[in-house]
Design a protein around this ligand. Structure first.
Ligand code: PHE
Length: 385
């Protein structure tokens, strides 16, 4: 027992020094032989896998490019900061990336609420920001320097409404939304709108707050409404707990959700309660196309795990950034912005990416089924339009 504090201290030192090492030259502005990307993400907290998976994807893309000589003959350096899953921290670190580290471009965040909080900083300083996977429409509406390489939630909501009605033939839904999350509130609304339009019925719409651990009173109400499905557009930590408590209360309805479910932790937390649930996502690692399979192979070799969609979106966001820099006359922020805005038919791992006039990407979505062993099995692809 006596040794535990020592080991804990040692572990802290190791973890800490590796963080420092990663950002060794944070605060050192780019010299003329390099290009600096600033990344902000939830590396810790209840959405820690969002940040860590995205980071792995970004680093893989950057390291591959650096090995081939970099972009415009310059090496790319990435400075990464942890938002701890907090909006105020997102604002702080993006301000630091721009004003102290003087990054050329910002990559992040994953969660829409944090992108919405920090994007005004990037817009104010006119430094281009690309979110890999924030799907709420408001993110890119913040200004003309704010982009994303993913689809948006009006589409994602329609995907799950279509899937429930056309594929599952289930028409009676309860909605269980996280009222603290822009993503969750938006996706709940978009799903409801389309589901009703298609003849579905929403029997109940109840709320929780991200960070909650006891959902029994809301789930009891949901049970009384006798829905066929419960749409839970939340993040994996709460969704896992909700699944467990729903089954404990004897709720048998099919659970449905969105991309916020994408984490190995979903099954770790949800165990058998989450099996058979479905969620929409940006890509499937089972996609047989050579570009996806090549990415999966490389990623597995590097990190020893199958890349989830956060990793794939992070990878694509970095690729889009580097492609734009290549096409831009120079690193002037306005030119860089214009180059990102003119991205057309870029073949990414998550599909063909064209940035539209709203600075969003228009891409298909996949529906995945949660199966034993943390497996997210491919079910179908739903195209926009
Ligand atoms: N789309 C979610 C949001 O906007 C974030 C997310 C993307 C989570 C992809 C998981 C996978 O908040």
């Amino acid at each position: 027992m006596k040794h535990i504090p020592f080991f804990a201290g040692l572990l802290f030192l190791i973890v800490n020094s590796s963080c420092i090492k990663k950002n060794e030259r944070a605060g050192v502005p780019a010299d003329e032989n390099e290009i600096v990307f600033g990344e902000y993400g939830s590396m810790t907290g209840s959405e820690s896998t969002f940040g860590t998976s995205t980071h792995k994807g970004i680093m893989m893309a950057v390291e591959e490019a650096n090995k081939k000589g970099g972009v415009k003959g310059k090496q790319i350096r990435v400075i990464s900061y942890d938002t701890q899953g907090k909006s105020d921290e997102a604002v702080t670190v993006v301000t630091r990336l721009i004003t102290q580290d003087k990054v050329h471009l910002v990559l992040g965040e994953v969660a829409s609420s944090r992108s919405i909080a920090a994007a005004p900083v990037a817009q104010q300083y006119k430094v281009p920001m690309i979110s890999p996977s924030s799907t709420n429409p408001k993110v890119t509406q913040i200004g003309d320097y704010i982009f994303r390489v993913c689809f948006i939630d009006p589409f994602q909501g329609s995907v799950m409404a279509k899937f429930a009605i056309n594929n599952l033939n289930l028409k009676k839904a309860a909605i269980f939304r996280d009222i603290k999350s822009d993503y969750s509130v938006g996706l709940a609304n978009f799903f409801t709108e389309d589901f009703k339009k298609m003849g579905g019925q929403v029997v109940l719409d109840v709320a929780y707050s991200g960070g909650d651990v006891d959902f029994k009173s809301q789930l009891t109400k949901i049970k009384e409404g006798k829905p066929d499905i419960i749409f839970v557009p939340g993040y994996y930590t709460e969704v896992g707990i909700i699944a467990v408590q729903a089954r404990e209360l004897g709720l048998k309805a099919t659970l449905l959700g969105g991309d916020g479910w994408d984490s190995d932790k979903l099954s770790e937390i949800g165990q058998s309660a989450i099996l058979g649930a479905y969620f929409s996502n940006h890509y499937s690692a089972e996609d047989k196309s050579p570009i996806v399979q090549n990415f999966v192979t490389q990623y597995k070799a590097k990190y020893g795990e199958v890349p989830n969609s956060l990793a794939a979106q992070g990878y694509d966001a970095a690729l889009i950034a580097m492609d734009a820099i290549n096409r831009s006359a120079d690193l002037n922020p306005k030119n860089l912005r214009d180059a990102i805005a003119s991205t057309k038919n870029f073949q990414g791992v998550t599909g063909i990416i064209s940035i539209n006039e709203d600075r969003n990407a228009v891409k298909p979505a996949v529906v995945l089924k949660v199966e034993a062993g943390s497996k997210h099995t491919y079910v179908t692809t739903i195209n926009p339009g």
